[in-house]
Design a protein around this ligand. Structure first.
Ligand code: SF4
Length: 492
């Protein structure tokens, strides 16, 4: 089926062959027109979700107000008339790409933040991550009388809070989140409090910033930068912070301590390169991945070329370590948007050409090393290889800045079903043949761990990160998936 319109470039998305982060969250307390700051923060987090966004604010005179919209933050939350409906010094927001919930047929009721009215006042929550026992919780809650408004797993948190017997909202959140399994970074608000929580493993990120007399919570530090907030620290795995304009930040530890398992893919691809994670620049980590890759998988070639944009830092590191010249052999058209219709494979292939173009003058006659962040289905990699060969490259060598993605993520990242992942069904050599390139190498899991600062590599007995999409070792059992027939590695 052709695209609906010849300039419907949005449907032709070269990024369709990537794993996609599900959500970005942001909140502010103690500053005038907090919703404006939230809109800016969400704009900086747009790479974490482009399908829809929402903001809830609270003003003592006007109570809670909310706006939820499909599309980009810049297209919705820049209108003065809309922002005037979100007054107050306390606001939270959420951008999403659908994974759990009504994927592909999202309705506005699935767009967060979610709001609940409790006897002690209202509360809104914005969730980044995925609840792995959501189906079981939903069944239980419905049997006990809860009426769900959306198909989102995150709504379980509001219903669990409603059923708690605790007397204040932070305590009800603690109760609710102790029932929840999986990955969650949550930003919530009451009439006076901004609340931030990370799951005990700290799978998804969350950080704290200071802005004037107020405070901000954000998925990534790049969202603090845009509002001029100072980065204070990360919210620690298993920590809950309750922030008020009067008392500042109060920290609690509601969960049983566990060894953290932060998502290692945030370092590789999801987070913005100008963010800081675990005290490390994401850009510098990606550059270091390229250095490790060059050590592990050297090859004679004339040019190191990134697959833009996310392959760029690793390509720079590869070129530096190997001594092979770096060049922008592929140029990205920055003015393509995205939509969420499901393209056919044929259209998906066209999309790569519209979004990426080969710099023929640089490529012609060269042995080219292409550095990309990941191979998911392989559709984009194949197309890029063809473009490079069409431009006259003598050889094409792929170097991939992550290990083979052989397992789906159930912790808040959109992944194709396992059988659609190239690495789930093929060996590295079979993938090389499938992509028809001269060589294909992925960084090893140990090499990736070294690049993120673990000098001794991965501790196989107790891994320092979540790396389930590479290793198949899930730090939290994906119980809903198992119920639906998913087979864990050991059970294969
Ligand atoms: S499975 Fe992969 S993408 Fe998902 S949280 Fe773990 S490392 Fe991140």
């Amino acid at each position: 089926m052709p695209p609906a319109h010849p300039f419907d470039f949005d449907a032709l998305d070269a990024d369709d062959d990537k794993l996609k982060e599900e959500c970005g969250i942001f909140g502010v307390v103690g500053v005038a027109d907090a919703a404006n700051f939230v809109a800016l923060g969400l704009h900086a987090l747009q790479h974490r979700g482009q399908e829809a966004g929402g903001i809830v604010s609270y003003d003592p005179g006007q109570g809670f107000n909310s706006a939820r919209r499909f599309g980009y933050v810049r297209d919705n939350f820049t209108s003065q008339s809309l922002m005037q409906t979100l007054p107050g010094e306390l606001a939270i927001g959420h951008v999403r790409y659908s994974t759990a919930g009504s994927k592909g047929q999202t309705q506005i009721r699935d767009v967060q933040p979610f709001f609940g009215e409790f006897s002690m006042g209202g509360a809104a929550i914005a969730h980044n991550g995925n609840i792995t026992n959501a189906n079981a919780l939903r069944r239980e809650l419905i049997e006990r009388g809860s009426i769900f408004q959306s198909s989102s797993d995150s709504e379980c948190i509001i219903h669990l809070m409603a059923r708690s017997l605790q007397r204040d909202i932070p305590a009800r959140m603690e109760d609710a989140l102790r029932r929840v399994e999986g990955a969650f970074s949550v930003i919530a608000m009451t009439r006076t409090k901004l609340i931030g929580v990370r799951d005990p493993l700290g799978v998804r990120p969350l950080c704290l910033g200071k802005i004037g007399d107020g405070w901000a919570l954000a998925s990534e530090t790049c969202a603090l930068d845009i509002i001029g907030a100072e980065f204070v620290r990360e919210i620690e795995p298993g920590e809950m912070v309750v922030i008020t304009a009067e008392k500042g930040v109060e920290s609690q530890r509601p969960f049983r301590p566990q060894r953290p398992r932060f998502c290692i893919f945030e370092h590789v691809y999801f987070s913005r390169p100008d963010s800081i994670i675990g005290g490390r620049s994401v850009y510098e980590t990606r550059r270091q991945i390229g250095v490790e890759l060059a050590r592990e998988a050297p090859v004679d070639a004339d040019l190191v070329c990134p697959v833009p944009d996310s392959g760029t830092p690793a390509a720079i590191g590869f070129a530096h370590e190997s001594g092979i010249p770096y060049g922008m052999g592929i140029v990205r058209n920055q003015y393509m948007g995205r939509t969420f219709i499901e393209p056919t494979e044929q259209i998906r292939n066209m999309g790569v050409r519209l979004k990426l173009n080969v710099n023929r003058a640089l490529i012609e006659g060269k042995r080219v090393i292409l550095v990309d962040d990941s191979v998911v289905r392989g559709t984009t990699s194949r197309k890029i290889k063809e473009m490079i060969l069409d431009a006259g490259a003598a050889e094409v060598h792929f170097r991939i800045a992550s290990p083979p993605t052989a397992w789906p993520c159930f912790y808040g990242v959109d992944t194709p079903q396992r059988e659609k992942l190239l690495a789930a069904t093929m060996s590295e050599e079979e993938m090389r043949e499938h992509l028809a390139v001269d060589s294909l190498r992925f960084i090893s899991l140990d090499g990736l761990y070294r690049a993120v600062g673990e000098a001794k590599g991965r501790d196989a007995s107790c891994p320092q990160y979540c790396d389930a999409c590479f290793s198949g070792e899930y730090p939290v059992e994906p119980s809903d998936q198992i119920e639906q027939g998913f087979r864990l590695k050991a059970a294969e």
